[in-house]
Every structure is written in structure tokens, then in C-alpha cells.
Write a protein that binds this ligand. Sequence first.
Ligand code: FA5
Length: 373
Amino acid sequence: MSAPNKSYDPVEVEALKPQEIERMRDEALAAFAAAADLEALREAKAAHMGDRSPLALANREIGALPPQAKAEAGKRVGMARGAVNKALAARQTELEAERDARVLVEEAVDVTLPHDRVPAGARHPLTTLCERIEDVFVAMGYEVAEGPEVEAEWFNFDALNFEPDHPARAMQDTFFVEGKDKKQESGVVLRTHTSPVQVRSMLDREPPVYVVCPGRVYRTDELDATHTPVFHQVELLAIDEGLTMADLKGTIEHMVRSLFGEGLTTRLRPNYFPFTEPSAELDMECYVCRGESVGNPEKACRTCSSEGWIELGGCGMVNPRVLVAAGIDPEKYSGFAFGFGIERMLMFRHNVEDMRDMVEGDVRFTRPFGMEI
Ligand code: FA5
């Protein structure tokens, strides 16, 4: 066997000759200098630096050379490519600076010009929240029901089992439109809650009844950070055979999870309403801290004041006396009802600290809530 031949002549490769490499480099430099904008420069880059460019192809030929010639050719091509890269970067910077300067001039806005556009308004978050709540119940087969804001005292109180001397009827809570002083049989009030719509819905329909009743209500409360004399409630009423508190709890839990997040629980605390028996106050687990703030100052929660629970509203099984007043047989049917304040829900859902912001009509309050449809 013969020894390896280490003294063969370099293979001649046309593309790697010094004058060829120089030519390719010069052509690339000329093309970059001639590029009038960034788009033209991108094209010149692809032509002179891309995978199929002359310099790239020449570079690939190096492998075919013997070691001695390989080093020399590699150096030549490397230097040419270095020069081309440098020229490209310099031209890129130049053209970007030109573009930025042009954009600044072309897109300049004269903010001192007079304008004739009326600023766009925004939907009030109370409206949007009410609609979202309605949607949750409509998806469960509930109907949206509404009633008048100027309401017969009978619907607002009597039919709901409020005794004639119940304190809620007193002037300090209720706006009387007529009747209170004239000692009429049944006066007219601005409804103090959405519960009269329960009675109207039962009178208007044959059971089973599943309604969700949003609306504006009125009380003689002073306007302050947590009260307003005009506010919104949503009332829920279900009348069917065999309904229990478990149905009530499950339904509200579904609403809470739809609005605030999966896995949240609710709890009932005993309370009293004349129109429900038994009655309860319904709390939801705090959706922000999920109870982790309780007894843990490091994880203090503003939303639930570190109590772990947020009070939602009142609820209970419809009092059989109310069913009778609405012409429904309490032996056959039972029902549950739930009512809560929307302003209060908006406060803890969006960290609104002062209820007055919701009623003052300043579009700067409503706009950040966006255009949720
Ligand atoms: C009622 O109005 C009952 N009708 C709720 C109900 C319905 C109970 C069905 C049982 C069955 P209450 O007076 O607690 O309950 O008011 C309900 C909610 O209205 C309160 O939780 C609170 O969020 C809101 N609210 C009450 N007063 C004001 C006020 N001045 N400003 C804003 N929100 C208020």
C-alpha cells in the first residue's frame, strides 16, 4: 500500500479566486449603498448574503480544497463576508434613522387644532353586570321579568307578608307616592326592592315559574360611600314541585361560579324576611383570597376584609302565605327566592371604593370598564 499523498496541487476553484471574491464583495457593497429604503435593503441582503448568494456558494466550495488552500480561501471569504456584514449593518442603521425621521414628520398630529367630534360614551358597568347575571339564568331556562318602579303598596309589602306596622313601610325607608298620610287602604310607593316582581310573575304565569327580575329600586337612604337612594337589585324566583333549599344553594352557587370563578362555594346564615321561610343571608367564598387571608395578616385581602366570605344577599323558601297571595297552591308547589344589590356586587367585583362614583354619571368612571357586550 502506498503512503498518503500530502503534496498534491491545490484544486483550482474559479469562485474562490481572489479577484472573484473581491468582485462579489464589491457588488454586495454597491447593492447595499444603492438600496434606497429598508425594503430594497432586505432584497439586497437576500441576494448578497442569503443561502444562494455568490459568497455563500463560494464558501461552500472551500470544503473541496486541500488543507493549505482551504485556510487561505477561508480567510479570503471570511474577510469578504465580514466586510459585507459590516456594510449591511451600517446601511441598515442609516435607513432606519431616515425612516424614523420621515415617520415623525409624516405622522405628526397637531394637537392644538380645533376638533368637532363628540366623545364616545360607554355602557354603564351596572348595565353590563345586570345583563351578565341575566344571561347566567337565561342559560338555565329562566325568563327575564320586569315590574313597575312606581308600585302598589300591596305588591311591595302586603302580598309579601309584611305586617301593616312593619318598620320597612315607615317613611324613613320608603318613598310614598301617595297613601301614607291619607290612610288609604293601599298606597303607592317607589318599590323598595325587586321582590314585588315575584308576586307579579306568579300572578301572570302558571307554575312552574322560573324568573330573574333585574331592576331599579328606591329607599330613603342618604347617598354615601356604601348607600344610594336609587340602586339596582336582581331577584330570583323559582316555583315548582319539590323545590328545596338545596336547589336554591346549588342555583346560586352556579351563578357565583359563572361570575367569579370555578370551585367557589357559598354558605347560608339564618336571617329573617317576611316573604321567605326559612330565610337566610347568602355569602360567597371570597374569589380573590379563597379564604387564605383569614388569620393571616401577610395575605390580607381588601375584597373580603380578610373574612374569607363576601355577603351576597337575602334568600329563602317562598313563604306559603306569599304563594297563597299569588294564587299558588302551597300544598303542591314550593319555591325559592334570592335578591341582591348590584351596586354592592360591582363594588367588590371591581374594587370600586365609593358608590357615589357609580351614580354621578361621569364617563371617566364608566370608560375603563370597556365595551363588554
Ligand atoms: C331585600 O331587599 C330583599 N328583597 C332580598 C330578598 C329577596 C330576600 C328574595 C329574600 C328573598 P335587603 O334589604 O337586605 O333585602 O337588600 C338586598 C341588597 O340590596 C343588600 O344586600 C344590598 O346589597 C342592597 N342595598 C340595600 N340598600 C342599599 C342602598 N341604600 N344602596 C345600595 N345597595 C343597597
